[in-house]
Design a protein around this ligand. Sequence first.
Ligand code: DGL
Length: 272
Amino acid sequence: MDNRPIGIFDSGVGGLSAVRVLLETAANERFVYFGDTARVPYGDRTAEDIKALSRQDARFLRTKDVKALLIACNTITANALPEIQADSGEIPVIGVVEPAAQAAAAATKTGRIGLIATNATVRSGVYERAVARLLPAAQVTAQGCPRLVPLIESGHTQAGDPALMEAAEEYLRPLREAGVDTVILGCTHYPLIAGAVGQLMGPDVRLIDSGGASIGALLAALEERDALADPSAPGGQAYYCSARREDFVSVAAAFLGRDIGALTETVEIENY
Ligand code: DGL
C-alpha cells in the first residue's frame, strides 16, 4: 500500500476530465494536479517544444513526492511519453493514448473510428498506429481541431454556445461524412464539450473519453506494484496552475461540480 499522491498534469484544464473519473472510481487516492495555463495550448507547438515544456511540468510534480504520474494530455503523451518516462526513473508514467485506443477498438462495431484531437496529436499518428495494432482492418478518420482548446479554456463549453457550435460543426462534419460509429475525444479538454459533440454526431455515435479511459490503466499499474492507497484512506486533492487562476477555478467548478478555489495555487513553472 502507498498513500503518497498521484501526479496528474495537462497543458490546462483538460486533465480535469481524468480527475473527475478518478474521484468517482478511487476517492481514497490523493492527487496533485498541475495545469499549465500560462503556456496552453500545446497542440500547435512543435514536438521539441512539447517535450521541453512537459518535462518541466513533470519535474515540478516529482517535487511533490508522487508515486505515479498520469499524463492527462494526448498531445504530451503523443509527443513526449518516452522522455518523461526516462526522466522519472522508478515512478510509473501512464499516458492516455493506449487506453483510449483500446476503448475505441472495443466500442466500434463498424471499424470506422473518428478522432478529434490537437494538430500535434494528429500529426504524430499515434492513434492510427495504436488502433491498427488492435484492429488492423479499422479505418481512422482524424481531424485536428485547433480552435477548440482556446474556446474551452475561456469557458465556451455549453452545447448551444454559438462560437463553440460553429467550430465543432466544421471539425465534425468530415467524421459524420465518413460514417464513424465511434469518436475518440483525443484531447482531454473535449469531455468538457461532450454535450456539443454528442448533439452534432447524434445519439448512436459512441464518444470515448481519453482521460477517463486512462484511469483504469493508472489503477492497474498501481495495483501491480502494490501501490494503491489504503481503501479506508480519506483521499486528498491539491491543484496548481501557472496563470489565470480565476479562470482555472471557474472552469473546474463547472466541470467537477465543486469549488476548488481553496485548494488551488499558482506556480512559476519556468523555475522547474
Ligand atoms: N488537453 C490536451 C490534449 O489532450 C491538449 C491541449 C492543448 O492543445 O494544449 O491533447
